[in-house]
Design a protein around this ligand. Structure first.
Ligand code: ADP
Ligand code: MG
Ligand code: ZN
Length: 483
């Protein structure tokens, strides 16, 4: 039988406010355990939460960017559960009137398919603490620094059918929130966390199957593997006549498997009730209009502009515009050197190569646009050839801010050789030194020309102008034929 995978995502995003959602403790990542805490975020009796205005602003701007209706009058609710990562024994969240509903995200997947994912709702809530388990398995240490860090949870409709749609969706959320400046969305640090709800059904069936929920998978790669594993597991169960149990499962990255964690709770299990300590939140039309007015240019609009103004291909434009950090570097460098096609070339060949091969993240790029533009101008002036350019680019990219391109070229004698006399002399030397290859050429094997060009380039330490070398080699070989 042919099966179809159905998925819905719940994505938690930490908002990049300086202070927590209901108190003035720092949200900074990585402080010593339990140093960013106060009576409010550790849930001491008698304390009262106060909503951080910046959280509301960031949340509403996220909702608008994801095409949601903003609930003008929204409320907080208590979600009760006992677990050591939550000292209050309840989490302040939104159940009945979340601040945003009925949105959608338009995506283009890697294989070029257009997909729309509907957003059911987005709500604000506070994060829980972290439990650090001792290496010896005999103790667990709670760290409450993360308690009360502001989150938005984006709940999609079950509209995903393929892994690449999930990946494209998460990439789009990351890019959108980066442009808004409301979160850094680092999956490895947990500032963006995705729970994948997954069920399978016979292809063509209208009804949904029973789903499982996979919690907090922390990289795109793990998400791909977890979906592949879990869908196969469910299909195997159904094909052998068993049934899927609705439950929460944990993805184990090392074992490459999911494991049952707990049976799925219902809303009733959490005994939700309206949060009595926080008054309802109302959002005015002026505020909403203001947030619309200050909305930045997002990836899709940018990509279209790169295609029409700079002549980029759809694919290249999508990649560069997909990251705020790429886009800033690209646009500024183009502005400084005026040559989008040359900047694109170095971007796509060098920078993307470093991203993949050396796992560099866009936000970690240190290269200044001024330096990049200076480099492009040097290449365009013919002072170094493209091959040498790659070496210079790599050293510049990984060098510090004091890296001096001119000095590097001078110290390493990389300046392009375009001295016709020297090139012609070298060609003659190579021809004399390779009589066998000359015979092959004369007998009609013209492909051997490449060998001569390679030898000449090598002799000139890769620094010669490739066009001049090609011309000189061809001329010299033509002349041989006439003898
Ligand atoms: P809960 O409140 O119990 O977490 P929801 O109905 O809000 O459940 O759904 C949570 C997530 O699961 C949503 O993203 C939704 O799209 C997804 N989902 C619901 N039903 C299915 C299903 N049968 N298969 C896959 N995903 C589903
Ligand atoms: Mg849920
Ligand atoms: Zn606090």
């Amino acid at each position: 039988m042919d099966w179809e995978i159905v998925m819905g995502l719940e994505v938690h995003v930490e908002l990049a406010t300086k202070t927590k959602i209901f108190c003035s403790c720092s949200t900074e990542f990585g402080g010593a355990p339990n140093t960013h805490c106060c009576p409010v975020c550790t849930g001491m009796p008698g304390t009262l939460p106060i909503l951080n205005k910046q959280v509301l602003e960031y949340a509403v701007r996220a909702g608008l960017a994801l095409n949601c209706d903003i609930t003008r009058y929204n409320k907080f609710d208590r979600k009760n559960y006992f677990y050591p990562d939550l000292p209050k024994a309840y989490q302040i969240s939104q159940l009945y009137l979340p601040f945003a509903q009925n949105g959608h995200v338009d995506l283009k997947t890697k294989s070029g398919k257009d997909v729309t994912i509907r957003i059911h709702e987005i709500h604000m809530e506070e994060d829980a603490g972290k439990l650090v388990h001792s290496m010896f398995g005999d103790a667990t240490y709670p760290d409450y620094n993360r308690c009360g860090v502001p989150l938005i949870e984006i709940v999609s409709e079950p509209d995903f059918r393929e892994t690449e749609e999930v990946i494209a969706y998460l990439a789009k959320l990351k890019s959108t929130f980066e442009y808004l400046g409301i979160s850094d969305c680092k999956m490895e640090q947990g500032s963006m966390r995705a729970d994948v709800n997954l069920s399978v059904r016979p292809k063509g069936s209208k009804e949904f199957g029973t789903r499982t929920e996979m919690k907090n998978i922390n990289s795109f790669k793990s998400i791909e593997r977890a979906i592949a594993f879990e869908s196969k597991r469910q299909i195997a169960l159904l094909e052998s006549g068993e049934r899927v149990i609705q439950e929460t499962r944990r993805w184990d990255e090392n074992k490459g498997k999911t494991f049952a964690m707990r049976s799925k709770e219902n809303a009733q299990d959490y005994r939700y009730f309206p949060e009595p300590d926080i008054p309802p939140v109302s959002i005015s039309e002026e505020e909403i209009q203001h947030y619309i007015d200050i909305c930045p240019e997002f990836a899709d609009a940018k990509a279209n502009r790169y295609i029409s103004d700079f002549g980029l291909s759809e694919e290249d434009a999508g990649i560069i515009a997909g990251s705020k950090y790429f886009a800033q570097l690209f646009e500024k460098t183009v502005e400084l050197c005026g040559d989008p096609s040359e900047v694109r070339y170095w971007f796509m060949t060098q920078i993307l190569y470093f991203m993949n091969e050396r796992n560099v993240q866009p936000e970690d790029i240190k290269l200044a646009p001024e330096k990049f533009a200076q480099f492009v101008n040097i290449v365009k002036a013919g002072r170094i050839n493209k091959q040498v350019g790659k070496t210079v680019f790599e050293n510049m990219f990984f060098g510090d801010e004091n890296f001096d391109i001119e000095k590097f070229i001078k110290d390493n004698e990389l300046e392009q050789v375009d001295d016709t006399e020297l090139i012609e002399k070298t060609v003659q030397n190579i021809i004399s030194a390779n009589p066998k290859a000359v015979e092959q050429y004369k007998s009609g094997q013209t492909k051997i020309t490449g060998f001569f060009i390679g030898q000449v380039m090598k002799q000139l330490k890769g620094k010669a102008n490739p066009a001049s070398v090609g011309k000189a080699v061809n001329n010299a070989l033509e002349n041989l034929k006439e003898d």
